[in-house]
Design a protein around this ligand. Structure first.
Ligand SMILES: Cc1cc2nc3c(=O)[nH]c(=O)nc-3n(C[C@H](O)[C@H](O)[C@H](O)COP(=O)(O)O)c2cc1C
Length: 262
């Protein structure tokens, strides 16, 4: 959620800068018109050209201003949206390792943008439900290299590690439904998910798992979540998809959500 708000704030900043620049260009131009004309013909010609240009800039400024108010409206919606009672939590290797988006197999491409695979499914759920997104992030920077990551994750699991988390949900009370997404790592959840379930008490809330795998589907992770959060209602009909099918999963995600009543 913080990320999405941040993106919009950045976007708004860009638009305001563009508006200010357009206004500055307009005033420079008008200043140049009034200060620089000696002969009448030259003045008329110059003014005509400048008027066209000025009009174009004014239009741009108007559009930018319109864009700006659109963004404000979006931000207002964001605030209303953050009143949502649905939270979509996800962990993806891509946002916790030094992986280069353009070249890595850890990403899938959605609408021309490279995103971590579990994040891609989280986005699809957010699109349908209007829920807020939350990324589980670790202090650990996981190995970018696939083989190293496999070994590293095996060690973490053997040690029953609880990786330190650097992102925290500040308003859990607001949510009564929490989608929780993770990849299968060594027939289990990444250990960061154990840290996550240690940190929060989901009593009385509905937890809805979703997952990306390369053959093991959920393994036993849904019953593990039930054990870790005995007082939550854990949806056993979670959504799981092969890593190869993530890019085309949107329709299946929608169908699944409809079946669950979203
Ligand atoms: C450390 C590691 C262990 C994995 N173990 C399994 C596994 O046991 N079973 C399986 O089906 N897929 C396994 N995978 C494949 C991932 O579940 C799959 O690539 C998933 O798309 C990763 O999601 P992400 O790229 O969003 O992190 C493993 C991947 C990694 C990196």
């Amino acid at each position: 959620m913080r990320r999405r708000v941040g993106e919009r704030v950045k976007e708004k900043g860009k638009r305001i800068t563009a508006t200010v620049m357009a206004a500055a260009m307009l005033s420079l131009l008008l200043g140049a018109c009034s200060a620089g004309n000696n002969g009448e013909d030259q003045t008329a010609q110059s003014l005509a050209v400048h008027e066209d240009t000025a009009e174009a800039i004014e239009n741009t400024a108007a559009q930018q201003t319109a864009g700006q108010s659109e963004t404000v409206t979006e931000n207002q919606e964001e605030e209303a949206e953050s009143g949502s009672n649905i939270l979509i939590v996800y962990f993806t290797a891509a946002e916790n390792s030094g992986v280069d988006a353009a070249s890595s197999a850890s990403y899938t491409t959605i609408d021309g943008t490279a995103v971590g695979r579990v994040r891609a499914v989280a986005d699809m759920i957010a699109q349908e439900t209007g829920g807020d997104l939350f990324a589980i992030q670790t202090a650990e920077v996981y190995p970018a290299n696939g083989e190293e990551l496999i070994d590293y994750a095996a060690e973490e699991q053997d040690e029953e590690a609880r990786p330190e988390l650097t992102s925290h949900i500040e308003n859990l009370d607001q949510y009564d439904t929490v989608f929780i997404g993770y990849p299968t790592w060594w027939y289990d959840m990444p250990m960061a998910l154990y840290s996550f379930f240690d940190e929060y008490d989901f009593s009385g809330k509905t937890l809805i798992p979703f997952n990306v795998h390369n053959g093991s589907r959920f393994s036993d992770t849904i019953s593990t979540i039930e054990e870790l959060e005995p007082d939550a209602r854990v949806e056993e009909d979670g959504f799981t998809v092969s890593e190869n099918d993530v890019a085309e999963a949107a329709a299946d995600v929608t169908d699944w959500l409809r079946e669950l009543g979203y």
